[in-house]
Design a protein. Structure first.
Length: 144
């Protein structure tokens, strides 16, 4: 058990650098959650659950101390996963801002800080009527 904990921690730390390759080549890898962050979140939830069950009143004092340590370690892992999620969210906001700026530039809409443009003219009225027997709405579209 004691040799498995450092091994798992080393694997999680090494997994922090590995990120899945996005399908879209324009999405940077920093905008994807890392494998280590996901493992840290899972380990944090598991650690806090196991530690809290070890701290029950019917346990020995040494087991309760160990449970407090496991709960603290789980909370630390959860904190690390939350920090990574915050950093990924910042990268995604940058990506979305860049994407929306590209769309504004490509389609020619004004930037948010630009003055308003004149609205387009209203659509012209199309002067046609179907004969009642050929009407797709069964004559309900005929004007009175």
């Amino acid at each position: 058990m004691r040799s498995a904990v450092p091994l798992v921690l080393v694997l999680m730390v090494s997994g922090c650098a590995s990120r899945p390759t996005p399908i879209n080549p324009y999405v940077p890898p920093e905008a994807m959650y890392s494998t280590g962050g996901t493992m840290a979140a899972m380990g944090g939830v598991l650690g806090t659950a196991v530690g809290s069950s070890m701290m029950e009143k019917d346990r020995s004092p040494n087991t309760r101390k160990a449970g407090a340590a496991v709960t603290g370690g789980g909370a630390a892992l959860l904190g690390a996963a939350i920090l990574e999620a915050i950093e990924v969210e910042k990268e995604r906001e940058k990506l979305f801002a860049l994407y929306h700026a590209f769309l504004r530039r490509y389609y020619g809409t004004p930037a948010p800080e630009a003055p308003f443009r004149e609205p387009p003219p209203p659509l012209p009225e199309i002067p046609f009527q179907f004969p009642e027997d050929e009407s797709p709405l069964g004559g309900k579209d005929a004007k009175p």
